[in-house]
Design a protein around this ligand. Sequence first.
Ligand SMILES: Cc1cc2nc3c(=O)[nH]c(=O)nc-3n(C[C@H](O)[C@H](O)[C@H](O)COP(=O)(O)OP(=O)(O)OC[C@H]3O[C@@H](n4cnc5c(N)ncnc54)[C@H](O)[C@@H]3O)c2cc1C
Length: 446
Amino acid sequence: MSETSSATIDGSRAGAGDARPSGTMLAVADGVALLAFVAVGLRSHRIGAIAETAARNAVPLAVGWAVVSLVVATYRRRDLASLVITWAIAVPTALLVRTWWVGSPRGAGIAVFLVVGLVFTLLFLSIGRRGVGAHSVASGVAPPIVTTSSTPRVPAPGAARSFWLQEALSQEPGDPAPPLTTNVVADVCIVGGGFAGLWTAIELSARDPDLRIALIEQDICGGGASGRNGGFFSASWWDAPAVCSLFGDDEGMRYLRAISDTVGEAGAWLGEHVVDAWFHHEGVLRVATGAWQTEPEGTSAAEFLAARGERDRLRAIGLDEARAIASSPRFVSASFAPESAVVQPARLARGLRRVALQRGVQIFERTAMTGLERSRPAVVRTPHGAVKASQVVLTTGAWAAGWPGFRRSFGVIVDQVVATEPIPDLLREIGWTSQVGVGDGRELLY
Ligand SMILES: Cc1cc2nc3c(=O)[nH]c(=O)nc-3n(C[C@H](O)[C@H](O)[C@H](O)COP(=O)(O)OP(=O)(O)OC[C@H]3O[C@@H](n4cnc5c(N)ncnc54)[C@H](O)[C@@H]3O)c2cc1C
């Protein structure tokens, strides 16, 4: 049996929360808008594209805009205020220089020329910025998010329930959480009922039990990646070289220690809240099953950690020790992370849902956000009702890649889990009777 689903990576330098276009994109959009303004102006006055005339109109604007935007740092700040300041200084200055250079208009015509120039440059800039998905120049309000159905390769809600979720639902369907059919008011509205949304709801309610929290989920909680993943509750030590190369040794190691601590903390939390997610904290074995999966000497994560005094986090182990965990003839090298765990992910998601409901979180399943008004309070629109909330937390995982404004911040990758029929005899034969997770060096296949 196999299933295919999707997970997200944040490919933007600005981070997943910053959905604004890059400074370069904004600069290009503004440049094109100003050139279009000059071209339309020349054409409307029936002035041909004579190089000298065109230059006298375009150069003051281009130079003025470049200088002022550098001083204001318009494309580093990327906000509406810096655009307005740049426009208010650069455009009238450039238009006056152009008037002096061209020698017209004169007298009262200069004031009319300035007003028309300011209005039309603002209009062209507004169109350009809308074109790249930035703020509306005219209103100063960020555009609403309207969800689309064009998310690439992301399963439709309810389509092909995962093996894990079928198993979890057959054992514990949980209390009903009917769809939203009216308008409600909350302090926080969470959109998406996967691990991120459910843990957020639980953590917020723990910090402030009086907080009114509404969570909407287009499918059922756990219907996304959280209920259909590989089940490795990993301490991430194998990623140490990559993490430290990105963030530096100090920050990278701090991050990895914190991630590692969450495994034990989660185990304790699940026990305390009687969430039986088949959480087994017995470690994870990673093996190479071919020369192509082995790491060149001196580059392995285990060696990297040993050099930083963290030898016990991840141990390179011999084949005998690896085969004592699961005796496969295919292993050619192995390492063991004692702090990692495995879990039945859909049971975890459904257990988190139960705890959230018990804490008074209002969960509306089969309720898709169809639009988000970024007003104060914000309004989350759904087909049959709306949630008005002071704060909105978007935890929609891979689906966010289908939203205008977020597309450039997410890349969708396809990850696969293959499940076999139960094979207890074979497991006994190879001695894999513990709950140690075993993974090989392949990416995106479990
Ligand atoms: C095959 C596979 C194997 C994986 N294996 C592992 C592993 O072994 N270990 C590990 O740590 N990670 C693994 N991952 C990654 C892990 O599953 C995800 O990182 C995690 O589940 C993401 O949780 P989430 O809450 O952000 O997203 P999701 O669980 O996807 O939740 C997002 C939710 O938002 C809902 N939603 C989307 N749009 C809307 C809308 N407009 N309105 C309302 N609701 C909406 C969706 O229906 C979904 O339920 C794997 C992922 C996959 C796909």
